[in-house]
Design a protein around this ligand. Sequence first.
Ligand code: HMG
Ligand code: MG
Length: 326
Amino acid sequence: MTSSSDQPTTPCVQPSLFAAIPPEVTIYEVGPRDGLQNESTVLSVERKVGMIEGLVDAGIRRIEVTSFVNPRWIPALADHMEVAAKIRRKPEVDYSALVPNMRGLDSATRAGMKEIAVFMAASQTHNRKNINKSTEDALKTYGEVIKEAQSRGMKVRGYVSCVYGCPYEGSVPAQQVIDVSAALLDMGVFEISLGDTIGVGTPRQVEHVFRALLGAGLTMDQLAVHFHDTRGTALANITVALQFGVRTIDSAIGGLGGCPYAPGASGNVATEDVVYMLSGMGVSTGVDIDKLVGISTQLSSYLARELPSKYLKAHMGHCARVGRSL
Ligand code: HMG
Ligand code: MG
């Protein structure tokens, strides 16, 4: 048997896998919107506002606070006007909200929003189920909404859902993702968030989609990622997106989340888990993980259930073992 010191040493000539990873990443917190939209326990306006202000206090600088959608479609966010009006806003923070049409834009304007997000899928059937429109009609509506929002001085983000698979149609060709993303960018959105709505994506698919989008002329500063962690692949997928240089990552406190019109969708990747991983990789987020844990612990008690965040579970287990309170 030879000892390891007897092995010939070959110098490692491969460039670092992490060479393109940015030193700083922005967390786009979707907990108050995506996180709460599918919860059967509806939090009071005061608790939602407390959650949003707590997240900002923890260092979050971009946050989606609610949806100006039809309350019959999303009852848990029916209080959108009150929530948006009651938040004590900080100038250094971008507060955004989903808007599906002109009526939603008018509500967002009255509630004082300066940024909104339009949302649609790369698949026809999810568009029909989620926003009651074909892909073509959704693009037509959003063309008008984006133009009007910009004339009111608002910034507009765009979501493209079902990037890695659709709950109704199965696999979604990358060309459809390119077409919808390019159309929204042409209409004036400043950023596309690529949604793995039902959490089916795997790292090679992420590589395929990013190569396809960049090959079609999109640039990394136009792209954000939005992974639901249904099958436990979100952090692996984020790592691939980071290797491409992504600088905006959507996540939800505690791993809350899910779309009621996407059967099988479960929580977003947890903000705590993303912040923990990035911090270990030397990537700064400006977010205080201990404060996040305080917020998700409180949310877990409000919602009377354990939240999916792995970091939160590990932290609670550690505290229980050493007899420390959370
Ligand atoms: P519709 O029924 O086709 O709308 O819904 P309509 O234009 O025919 O109007 C019907 C009624 O809705 C009317 O009221 C309108 O006034 C009212 P009535 O006359 O019957 O009393 N209405 C509204 N009320 C309040 N706010 C509005 C609004 N618009 C119409 N903005 C609509 C079309 C798009 C409104 C509906 O389908 C809807 O609200 N969908 C939202 C669904 C949703 O929020 N899903 C979850 C989003 S999560 C997601 O998409 C994925 C994401 O997280 C990324 C990812 O994970 O991939 C973003
Ligand atoms: Mg989502």
